[in-house]
Design a protein around this ligand. Structure first.
Ligand SMILES: NC(=O)c1ccc[n+]([C@@H]2O[C@H](COP(=O)([O-])OP(=O)(O)OC[C@H]3O[C@@H](n4cnc5c(N)ncnc54)[C@H](O)[C@@H]3O)[C@@H](O)[C@H]2O)c1
Length: 143
């Protein structure tokens, strides 16, 4: 496949959630092909390590972080690790989800909460974690 090249994406620090497989893996690859520095978060270790390997010759080899996005403390730690290594974050792609089909009459309160945690809650906390680190960088620039 051939790609248009967008020079403004080169060296951008990009975080992709659920980047180990499916649409997320395609997003990781597309940013890596633009020369961006990609960090991707997932629980699927085997697929994620294979993706790291497949893209290891790109300008910046994408880096996998194992993190269960249902765990807000683990999200904070993952963003700390990324910002610690890369300095800050420029782009966040909130992609992870688990689109499980179900019958409405089988939904329990526990199942509802688990679906919200895997499909919605982390989207806010990843945005919060990324925005805090972007703001820190802006403050440092203006000092
Ligand atoms: N709007 C639409 O029509 C439409 C269609 C297809 C997909 N989507 C959305 O696009 C996104 C990607 O879809 P996909 O088909 O590639 O899904 P997928 O299930 O193939 O991939 C999702 C990825 O998220 C990861 N993941 C799931 N739970 C996680 C957790 N708790 N912590 C960390 N990682 C976790 C999985 O391991 C997987 O790698 C999803 O948000 C999906 O809902 C939307």
């Amino acid at each position: 496949m051939s790609y248009a090249i967008y020079p403004s994406l080169a060296d951008k620090r990009v975080v992709v959630t659920g980047g180990g497989s499916g649409i997320g893996a395609a997003i990781v690859e597309a940013f890596a092909k633009q020369g961006a520095r990609v960090f991707f978060i997932d629980v699927a270790d085997t697929e994620s390590r294979q993706l790291e390997q497949a893209l290891s010759n790109e300008k910046h080899a994408p880096e996998f972080l194992h993190c269960d996005l249902r765990d807000a403390a683990a999200i904070e730690k993952a963003f700390d690790d990324i910002a610690g290594e890369a300095g800050s974050i420029d782009v966040l792609v909130n992609n992870a989800a688990n689109d499980d089909r179900h019958r409405w009459d089988n939904v329990s309160a526990a199942y509802w909460d688990e679906r919200m945690a895997v499909n919605l809650r982390h989207q806010f906390f990843c945005a919060q974690a990324a925005a805090r680190r972007m703001r820190m960088r802006m403050r440092m620039r203006t000092q």
